[in-house]
Ligand binder design. Structure first.
Ligand SMILES: [Zn+2]
Length: 158
């Protein structure tokens, strides 16, 4: 754990978060429901251990972490049937290893572009921010659908 790391800090304060924000607690990672639910089912999967590059995670833990990412990805696909899933691990702002799993909708006006272009617009435009935070379902429903699918896939829990 690194005290100055916002994701390490979030991991030690899980009990303070609303229940719909935590989708699943895997043995090696925690799946959070992301804020941008226009991309309905968008999750951020955070490694439980503080590493800044995936290859620095010791192999058995890394393999398990990647399997958890793939399971979550599969669950989101089953739950929301996106046109395409974007699975991205960037870490430019917060280096602690995490994945962004963005399901891309058929009606996305930016369907051929990375989500970050719209999210960059949202930083300067309130209407765009609201559009990208708004989903056809409540956050609790979205988290519940993904959880139900992970249960059906017999996903491991911590
Ligand atoms: Zn960290």
């Amino acid at each position: 754990m690194t005290p100055a790391c916002p994701l390490c800090d979030k991991l030690i304060r899980l009990s303070e978060l609303p229940s719909e924000d935590i989708v699943w607690q895997f043995p090696h990672s925690v799946a959070f429901l992301g804020p941008w639910q226009f991309f309905t089912g968008y999750c951020v999967l955070v490694s439980r251990s503080h590493h800044c590059e995936i290859h620095r995670i010791p192999k058995p833990d890394r393999d398990a972490f990647l399997d958890e990412m793939l399971l979550l990805s599969q669950a989101i696909e089953i739950a929301f049937q996106p046109r395409k899933l974007n699975c991205e691990s960037l870490g430019n702002q917060v280096p602690h290893v995490h994945w962004h799993l963005f399901p891309r909708r058929d009606d996305d006006p930016d369907t051929l572009k990375p989500t970050w272009i719209a999210l960059d617009r949202a930083e300067r435009d309130d209407a765009e921010r609201r559009r990208l935070q708004t989903a056809p379902f409540s956050r609790a429903d979205i988290a519940g659908r993904i959880r139900m699918t992970l249960h059906q896939l017999q996903a491991p829990t911590a």
